[in-house]
Design a protein. Structure first.
Lengths: 246, 625
C-alpha cells in the first residue's frame, strides 16, 4: 500500500488455511482501509469464500493474523466478531426462509439492544429499499433472488456495522438487479461503511471498488488500485484461472 | 413397558358399553396425545436446531416421573409446586446433557451426537433404576378421583390437568418463539445455523435454551403420565422416546406445530385402535403409522414440497480412519487358541461367557456389514434374532425338523423376511433409517406378541429341543462352544471375502455417496437387499442357536436393548470391521465377567463405554473399513 491510503480497518497477514491435508491459503495478506470498497477476485476454488469464512470466524486459519480495528479476531467466535462491527451478506443470501421479511431484517439487529433506534433503522431501510415495504409480512423464501439480495443487504446494515463483507452479491441476479446492487453498495459505502466483497465478475466489481486483490489457488497474484487493475490484461487471465504460472 | 403394561389399569369401558363410548376413546386419545406432544415438541425443537434426534428424551421423561414421585411421596409438595420442581430439575438434566454430552461433539462426525444420546439414555435409565429399584412405584395424582359426565363420555380432573398443561405449554412456547429475542434466535438457528451465527446469534446458548425447554416439557410429561396410570417404572423411558419420535416424524421432523398435531393424531389412532383390537395392539398402531408416514411422506404429513429432503448423511456417518492391520497368521493363531480352549481345565462359566460372545459376535457381524459397510445404521437388529429364533424353535418343535436344519431355516427366514420387512427403509437416509429400523424392530416384537396362533403370544415358546447335529445332541458346554465358534468363524470368513470382492466395494460406494453410486449405475435397492440378506442370515442363525440354548423364548427375549448393545459392539470394534466386531463382542461380554461387575451395573457400563467411544475414539479399537 502507498502511504496515502487511510489506516487499515481489517488486515489479514500471512494467513495459511488448510482443509484437512489440503492447503487453501498460502501466506495470504489483505488489508481493507477504513472507508474503502475492497474486492477480492478469483475463479472457482481459488479460496475466495474461505477468505470470507476466515474473517467471520467460521473457519480457523492454521497460522497468520487477522485484525479488525487493531485488535486480533483470532480465537473469537462468529457472534463475537459480529459484535465487533462486521456484518455479512452471505453467499446465496442465506435468508431465514420461513421467517417474514420484517423478521429477517430485524434479525440483523440481533446484537443491538436499543429498540427505538432499531425501529428507526427499519424505517430507514425501507427508504433505502423501497420495494421491501410491500413485502414486509411475506415469507422471505417466497421473494425473487433480487429481492432476497435486498433483504440480505438491509439485514446486514441493521447491525450498524463498521464493515460489511459480501460473498458474490451479484451472483444469480438479473442484469437489472446487478446494477441496482452495485449502486447500493456504493451508497452504503458513502455512508461510511467499509466493504469487503468477493466476486467472480471482475469487470463489475472493479467499477465500484477502490482496491482489488486477485486470488489464484490460494495465493494473491495481483493487487492494487481498482482503476489500475481494470486495465491490466493479467486480471482477465488470473481470475478466469488462466494457464500462465502464478 | 409403559405402553404395553399400563393400559391394563386404564379406565376403559368393556363389553356392551363399548359402542356407546367412542367419546371416551376420543377424550382418552386426545389426552394421551397431549402427553406425547409434550415429548414430541421438545424433540422437534432439538431437531430443528441441531438436526439431531434426541434418544435421551425418554430418559428425561423418566427422570421427571421419579422426581415427581420424590416430590409427592417424600416431600409432600402441593401440585403446582410439584410441577415447578419437576420442570426445573428436568431442565437442569437437559442442560447438563447439552453441555457435557453433546457440546464437545460439535465438530465430530454426524452420527456422534445421535449415538451419544443413546449412551446418555442408557446411563440415565440405569442410574434411575439403581437409585429407585426396577420395581414399579405408585405415583398418586394429588387430585380428587371423580369423573364428570361430558356428553356420552366422562372426564376427570387429571384429564383436565393434562389438557391444561399441554395447552399452556403450547401457548408459552408460541409466545417465546414469536416474541422473545431468544425465541427468534431459536427460529433463525433452526432455519440456517451459519447465517444465524453471522447475525450474532450464539448457537450454544440457543442449544442450551432448546435442551432446557425440551427437558422441562419432557419431565413434566413423565410426571403426568405417572399420575395418570398411577404407576411409574424404568421401562417408561424407551417407550416415551419411541412415541415422541413417532409423533415428531409424523408431524415433520423439526416442525413444532406439526409435532403437536402429529401427537394428537397418534393419540387418537392408538386409542381407536385399542377400542377395536384391544390394548396389546396400541404400540403396533403407533409404529405402523410411523413406517407408513416415513415411506410415503418422509418429511412428515405437513411438510410442503419446497422443503429439502432429509439430509444425505450416509457417508458422513463413518468416522474416517486407517484400520489396524492384523496379520492373517495372528488371526489364525487366535482362532486356534480359542478352538483348543475347552481341552484346558477352564470352568463351565468361562465357556458359557464365550458362547455368549460368539452369539453376539454373529449379530455384530451382521450389524457391522449393514451399518458399517453399507452405512444403514439399524437400531432394530434384535428383530432379526427374534425371527431366526422363532423360526428355528417352531420348525423343530411343531414340524420336528432336525435342529441343525432348523437353525439354518431360521437364518434363511431371517434373511428373507427381515429383508422384506426392512425394505421400506431402503428409500430413506441417515437418521431416518435408524428410526425406521427401530420401528420395524418394535413391530416384529409386537406381531410376535399378538399372533398367538403361531407364536403362542405372551406365553412364549418353551421346551425348545437342545442343539443337535446329525442326530447327536450337543449338550456338553464344550460341544456348544465349538459349534457356535465354528459357525461364527465361517460367517466371518465369508464376510471377509465379501468385503474384498467387487460387491464389497459397491457396498462402500453406496455408503460413501449414494447419489454418485446411483449415477454409476448401482441399484441401491438391490445392494441394500443383498447386505440385509447376508446380515439377516448371520443374525438369524445367532437367534436360532440362542433359542435352542435357552430352551424358552418370548417376545421380549430379543429387545431393543440388544439392538443397541450390538451397535455398541460394532462401534467398539470399528464400523465395518469384521475382526473388530468379534473383538468388540468378546470385550463387551467378557470384560464385565472378568471384573465381576454385577449384572445391574452392566448396562450402565455399556452406556458409558458408548459415550467414551463416541467422544474419544469414534473409529473404534481396530478402525473403520
Amino acid at each position: 500500500m502507498t502511504t496515502s491510503t487511510p489506516e487499515p480497518l481489517l488486515a489479514l497477514s500471512n494467513v495459511n488455511t488448510f482443509y484437512g491435508q489440503a492447503q487453501v491459503h498460502f501466506d495470504l495478506s489483505i488489508t481493507v482501509a477504513r472507508g474503502y470498497i475492497v474486492c477480492l477476485l478469483g475463479g472457482n476454488a481459488s479460496g475466495k469464500s474461505t477468505t470470507m469464512k476466515i474473517i467471520l470466524g467460521l473457519v480457523k486459519p492454521r497460522s497468520g493474523e487477522v485484525t479488525f480495528d487493531g485488535a486480533s479476531l483470532i480465537g473469537l467466535s462468529t457472534p463475537q466478531i459480529v459484535r465487533r462491527g462486521i456484518a455479512s451478506v452471505p453467499e446465496a443470501r442465506r435468508l431465514f426462509a420461513d421467517m417474514s421479511v420484517r423478521e429477517n431484517i430485524l434479525m440483523g439487529a440481533f446484537v443491538r439492544n436499543d429498540r427505538d433506534a432499531v425501529a428507526q433503522d427499519l424505517d430507514r431501510m425501507l427508504t433505502l429499499f423501497p420495494k421491501l415495504g410491500q413485502r414486509l409480512s411475506q415469507r422471505a423464501g417466497s421473494l425473487s433472488g433480487g429481492e432476497q439480495q435486498m433483504v440480505a443487504m438491509a439485514r446486514a446494515l441493521m447491525s450498524r456495522p463498521r464493515m460489511i463483507v459480501m460473498d458474490e452479491p451479484t451472483m444469480g441476479l438479473s442484469p437489472l438487479y446487478v446494477d441496482r446492487v452495485l449502486e447500493l453498495i456504493r451508497a452504503i459505502n458513502q455512508e461510511g461503511v467499509s466493504v469487503f466483497m468477493v466476486e467472480q465478475n471482475a469487470s463489475l466489481a472493479l467499477e465500484i471498488a477502490h482496491e482489488a486483490y486477485v486470488l489464484q489457488t490460494g495465493k494473491i497474484v495481483l493487487s492494487g488500485p481498482a482503476r489500475a487493475l481494470k486495465d491490466d490484461p493479467r486480471v482477465r487471465d488470473a481470475y478466469l484461472g488462466g494457464s500462465e504460472a502464478a | 413397558m409403559a405402553g404395553a403394561t399400563a393400559p391394563a389399569a386404564f379406565p376403559y369401558p368393556s363389553g356392551d358399553q363399548r359402542l356407546s363410548s367412542w367419546l371416551d376413546y376420543t377424550i382418552n386419545g386426545l389426552i394421551v396425545g397431549n402427553v406425547y406432544a409434550l415429548v414430541a415438541v421438545g424433540l422437534a425443537l432439538i431437531f430443528g436446531v441441531s438436526r439431531l434426534i434426541n434418544f435421551a428424551q425418554g430418559s428425561i421423561y423418566l427422570v421427571g416421573a421419579y422426581i415427581g414421585w420424590v416430590a409427592v411421596v417424600q416431600l409432600h409438595t402441593p401440585l403446582p409446586l410439584t410441577i415447578i420442581v419437576v420442570a426445573a430439575a428436568a431442565a437442569l438434566v437437559g442442560l447438563i446433557i447439552e453441555r457435557f454430552g453433546l457440546r464437545p461433539l460439535q465438530n465430530s462426525v454426524r452420527i456422534a451426537p445421535l449415538l451419544a444420546t443413546i449412551g446418555i439414555s442408557f446411563v440415565l435409565d440405569q442410574l434411575v433404576m439403581l437409585t429407585f429399584s426396577p420395581n414399579p412405584r405408585a405415583l398418586p395424582s394429588q387430585l380428587p378421583d371423580v369423573r364428570f359426565q361430558l356428553g356420552g363420555g366422562t372426564i376427570g380432573p387429571l384429564d383436565l390437568l393434562i389438557a391444561g398443561v399441554g395447552i399452556t405449554s403450547a401457548l408459552l412456547l408460541f409466545v417465546f418463539l414469536r416474541y422473545s429475542k431468544l425465541g427468534w434466535a431459536v427460529r433463525a438457528a433452526s432455519q440456517d445455523r451459519d447465517a444465524a451465527m453471522q447475525m450474532g446469534v450464539d448457537v450454544n446458548r440457543v442449544n442450551q435454551a432448546v435442551f432446557g425447554i425440551a427437558a422441562a416439557l419432557g419431565g413434566v410429561s413423565g410426571m403426568l403420565v405417572g399420575m395418570y396410570y398411577n404407576q411409574i417404572d424404568t421401562a417408561m423411558s424407551l417407550q416415551a422416546t419411541l412415541k415422541g419420535v413417532v409423533a415428531e416424524v409424523v408431524g415433520g421432523a423439526g416442525n413444532v406445530p406439526g409435532a403437536v398435531i402429529g401427537s394428537l393424531l397418534l393419540g387418537l389412532v392408538e386409542s381407536y385402535g385399542v377400542a377395536v383390537f384391544g390394548t396389546s395392539y396400541r404400540n403396533l398402531f403407533a409404529f405402523l403409522l410411523l413406517v407408513v408416514v416415513l415411506v410415503l411422506r418422509p418429511n412428515g404429513l405437513f411438510a410442503s414440497a419446497r422443503q429439502a429432503p432429509p439430509e444425505p448423511l450416509t457417508g458422513t456417518f463413518i468416522a474416517p480412519s486407517r484400520p489396524v492391520r492384523i496379520p492373517r497368521w495372528a488371526l489364525a493363531v487366535a482362532a486356534a487358541g480359542f478352538a483348543v480352549l475347552p481341552f484346558f481345565p477352564v470352568s463351565f462359566y468361562v465357556l458359557q461367557t464365550l458362547i455368549n460372545a460368539w452369539l453376539l459376535g454373529m449379530l455384530a457381524l451382521s450389524l457391522t456389514l449393514v451399518a458399517g459397510t453399507v452405512g444403514q445404521v439399524s437400531l432394530g437388529h434384535a428383530a432379526l434374532l427374534a425371527i431366526g429364533a422363532y423360526t428355528s424353535a417352531l420348525l423343530s418343535l411343531t414340524l420336528a425338523v432336525p435342529v441343525g436344519l432348523a437353525v439354518i431355516g431360521g437364518g434363511l427366514m431371517s434373511a428373507a423376511l427381515g429383508t422384506l420387512l426392512i425394505s421400506p427403509s431402503f428409500r430413506l437416509r441417515g437418521h431416518y433409517v435408524s428410526i425406521a429400523t427401530l420401528a420395524i424392530g418394535e413391530i416384529v416384537s409386537l406381531v410376535i406378541l399378538n399372533w398367538e396362533s403361531v407364536t403362542r403370544g405372551p406365553i412364549g415358546i418353551s421346551g425348545i429341543p437342545p442343539l443337535s447335529l446329525f442326530g447327536h445332541d450337543l449338550i456338553s458346554p464344550s460341544s456348544v462352544y465349538w459349534f457356535s465358534l465354528a459357525v461364527m468363524v465361517v460367517l466371518a470368513l465369508l464376510q471377509g471375502r465379501l468385503l474384498t470382492s467387487h460387491l464389497g466395494r459397491s457396498f462402500r460406494a453406496i455408503r460413501d455417496d449414494d447419489i454418485a453410486a446411483r449415477a454409476y449405475g448401482l441399484s441401491l435397492n438391490r445392494y441394500k437387499s443383498l447386505a440385509f440378506i447376508f446380515g439377516g442370515f448371520a443374525a438369524g442363525v445367532s437367534g436360532g442357536i440362542a433359542a435352542h440354548l435357552y430352551s424358552y423364548i418370548n417376545h421380549e427375549t430379543f429387545n431393543t436393548q440388544q439392538s443397541i448393545l450390538a451397535l455398541t459392539v460394532v462401534i467398539l470394534g470399528g464400523l465395518g470391521n469384521v475382526v473388530g466386531a468379534i473383538l468388540g463382542s468378546v470385550a463387551l461380554v467378557g470384560l464385565p465377567e472378568v471384573f465381576r461387575i454385577a449384572a445391574e451395573y452392566r448396562i450402565l457400563i455399556y452406556g458409558i463405554v458408548l459415550l467414551l467411544l463416541v467422544r474419544f475414539r469414534p473409529q473404534g479399537l481396530l478402525g473403520t473399513i
